[in-house]
Design a binder for this molecule. Sequence first.
Ligand code: ATP
Ligand code: MG
Length: 174
Amino acid sequence: MNAPSMRLFFALRCPTGLAERIAEWRDGQRLSGRPVVAANLHLTLAFLGQQPSTRLGELRGLAAALQATAFELRLDRLVHRRNGLLYLAPSEPPAALLDLAGQLHLALRTAGFTLEERSFLAHLTLMRRCSARPPPTCPTFDWSVGHFALLASETSQRGGLYQQLEQWPLLPIR
Ligand code: ATP
Ligand code: MG
């Protein structure tokens, strides 16, 4: 019998207080589209897609072995793509974020996982199928990032739900 599989991705989960502030600001813009609920706001580091649960141990091991540092992330850009995606992004992605994503991608590829060819783009999705014109600017949202997580994406009748399987601390900023 085949092992059960899960739709997996590594991400930074937006802390509750910040997620609520971001969602409150977004909801105040009265845009039409499919908003991401506050509890699901995140920044994807690496998307693995459907994987057999037998590979979870390997994923946990490679994540625990990363040597990446904590960082301050400033989300200060609002981007509306033609495909309706509305997201927040840092105008200056911190070097430590690019390093974390780079280390993770290398470790995953070395272990034989297939990742997207596209280079990493730091973004926090606010809404999908956004058809209204968003404001040209957004407030600045500051986030102290001290952990990254492995999440399983599940679809329920009430929409997508992410289950956190494990999280790992980043090394303190010196
Ligand atoms: P839904 O697909 O139900 O609208 P979702 O996009 O939040 O919800 P998933 O499709 O499971 O849920 O995706 C989880 C995360 O991985 C999201 O941040 C999504 O943008 C990202 N992701 C999904 N597919 C890919 C892909 N092919 N390449 C890179 N990232 C992806
Ligand atoms: Mg999706």
